[in-house]
Write a protein that binds this ligand. Structure first.
Ligand code: CTP
Length: 374
């Protein structure tokens, strides 16, 4: 496997594949992208080879053709709170082992030379075999996001039999109790959470965070019985559809909460609009399905879903109904179809305009829905 030797951009560079790609290849998990570390080079040398710097302050470069990330070997030391609070030291004298030492988990700190040989100073391979998520050193605590990352990796690999090492769990608890999680940027918290929600065991992410007292910082609404109900709901999501499964799972997770709680979470996590909206709309569907519904309630549901302007939003909720209450899908679909068939043009031809047109439209749609529900 001398793939890089034929790549002129890499000729003579001391390059290793690192992190997730090596871990997942060893686990037999699909690998989507490669990260590389370059030892003994300078930023100038990288630029001369045609690599594009990713940011101003970070020694990370993109390969001119593959666009994969090549990072100069570096050490890091925490110098303050949050993402910016790091002193990064990248220089040609930083060794591969030093770069691996600054990382979070032993399974993420295995490097692979282009000829296949592994460098594994913290026995990541042993932990892969034993199915253990274990931190490398006390540097784990320097980035509180690692508490969330570890919970997310467990959500991914729990079905393979992985557990968190007791000493790592103890450290995660310690990070939670230190108050450092509060300094994370909401966007980073959401990125981890969204990824976790797409994993095979999303519930494990939240139960792990609960176990290390991390839930109350970013998801206080889920502490206690909110979590139990939310996780039960999360297990039921539409299989296909235009929405990512992670977003459906989020919408389901927060469906048992009150409107105020849901909005507070959306604001704290700075949720993308599409996600916050899906959560609100799923809650409308839950509310509709809690009791026998009548025509006016269905009309109101369609209106609040903005169905006339955005029919895809109704279609999405119908997919949810199919999962939550399959026996109701047929009735709701025909009500929706009947309501859509009420044509404003016909009413205009009858002489309606302005506010009267709006009222007549609503009334006819209401009648159509009632008729279809019978
Ligand atoms: N890393 C770390 N601490 C972080 C983020 C990243 O130590 N807070 C290190 C780990 O060695 C990790 C590597 O950087 O393996 C790459 O990080 P990233 O691409 O975020 O994650 P992956 O481990 O590649 O996992 P994924 O499959 O989720 O991309």
């Amino acid at each position: 496997m001398k793939e890089t030797n034929s790549d002129p951009h890499l000729a003579g560079l001391n390059v290793y594949r690192v992190g997730g790609a090596v871990r997942d290849a060893l686990l037999g998990w699909p690998v989507y992208d490669n990260d590389w570390v370059v030892v003994g080079a300078t930023p100038e040398a990288m630029r001369k080879r045609g690599f594009k710097p990713v940011g101003r302050d970070f020694p990370v470069f993109l390969h001119p053709e593959t666009a994969e990330e090549y990072a100069l070997a570096r050490t890091e030391r925490k110098s303050g709170h949050g993402y910016a609070g790091f002193d990064v030291h990248a220089s040609p004298d930083v060794t591969l082992e030093e770069d691996l030492l600054r990382r979070d988990l032993t399974i993420n700190a295995i490097a692979q030379r282009t000829d296949g040989e592994l460098t594994d100073p913290f026995n990541g391979q042993g932990d892969i075999e034993q199915r253990v998520l274990r931190h490398i050193s006390s540097a784990f605590s320097e980035d509180p996001l690692r508490v969330l990352r570890t919970a997310r990796f467990l959500a991914r690999y729990a079905s393979l039999g992985f557990t968190i090492a007791p000493e790592t769990l103890a450290l995660m608890l310690q990070v939670s109790h230190s108050g450092e999680l509060e300094h994370l940027a909401a966007e980073r918290v959401w990125v981890e959470t969204e990824k976790a929600l797409g994993e095979p065991s999303p519930e494990v992410y939240f139960t792990t965070l609960e176990r290390c007292d991390a839930l109350n910082v970013w998801w206080p609404e889920l502490v206690g019985e909110g979590l139990e109900k939310g996780l039960a709901a999360l297990a039921q999501v539409p299989e296909s559809g235009s929405m990512p499964v992670a977003h459906w799972r989020y919408a389901q997770l927060v469906s048992p909460l009150t409107t105020e709680q849901r909005d507070a979470l959306a604001e704290r996590l700075k949720l993308p609009n599409a996600v916050a909206q899906l959560a609100r709309q799923a809650a409308l569907t839950h509310a509709l399905l809690t009791a026998e519904f009548d025509g006016p309630q269905v009309l109101r549901w369609l209106e609040r879903l903005d169905g006339w302007r955005k029919p895809e939003q109704v279609e999405a909720q119908l997919a949810l109904v199919k999962v939550l209450a399959p026996e109701q899908v047929g009735r709701l679909k025909s009500a929706w179809q009947a309501a859509q068939e009420v044509s404003p043009q016909v009413l205009i031809a009858e002489g309606y305009k302005g506010a009267a047109l709006g009222e007549a439209l609503r009334e006819r749609r209401g009648q159509a829905v009632v008729a279809a529900l019978k």
